[in-house]
Design a protein around this ligand. Structure first.
Ligand code: ZN
Length: 165
């Protein structure tokens, strides 16, 4: 399959799935802080702040509102990773509660903070792949992107950019 990515046109709000790489590629690129669309630019400009647009291909990553999906997935994952160990340790050594707290709380915090950026990056890739921006439905999304050979895009009903409340 041809995974070639096309350069985005600035007036195109969101590309159709045909122009984008496969889902797994986009998830992995996002998790590695790479633009899910082109794999070149970065997703984050700071710890969790998404760049307004990819510096390489111009993909409008900043308008993808991941909201609380990344912390949700992070807590879900970290809980399932670490909670079994808490029970194992309690079963094996029965340490005092203060020791549990002193060990597990910082560990949970550190693991969550370490996993939040890659998980948020993957969520951004996921949203970009599915054409979700977290701002509700857009009527023009139902119309697929014209094939690469077609020169003039037929659609004109692109919702004008609105500020994020
Ligand atoms: Zn890019």
């Amino acid at each position: 399959m041809d995974h070639q990515t096309r350069r985005w046109e600035p007036d195109r709000a969101s590309p159709g799935p045909a122009a984008l790489p496969p889902m797994t590629t986009m998830l992995l690129r996002g998790a590695m802080n790479r633009c899910p669309a082109c794999g070149q630019g970065k997703v984050f400009q700071s710890y969790l702040r998404v760049v307004p647009a990819c510096s390489h291909c111009g993909a409008a990553l900043g308008r993808l509102r991941a909201d609380d999906a990344p912390p949700y997935f992070t807590i879900f994952l970290v809980g399932h990773l670490l909670v079994p160990f808490i029970f194992l340790v309690e079963r094996a050594w029965e340490p005092p509660m203060w020791l549990h707290m002193a060990v597990w709380l910082p560990l949970f915090t550190l693991v969550c903070m370490a996993l939040l950026p890659p998980i948020k990056g993957a969520v951004v890739g996921w949203m970009l792949r599915l054409g979700i921006d977290g701002e509700g439905p857009r009527d023009s999304r139902a119309e697929p992107l014209p094939p690469a050979s077609a020169s003039a895009p037929a659609r004109s009903a692109v919702r004008p950019g609105t500020g994020h409340g």
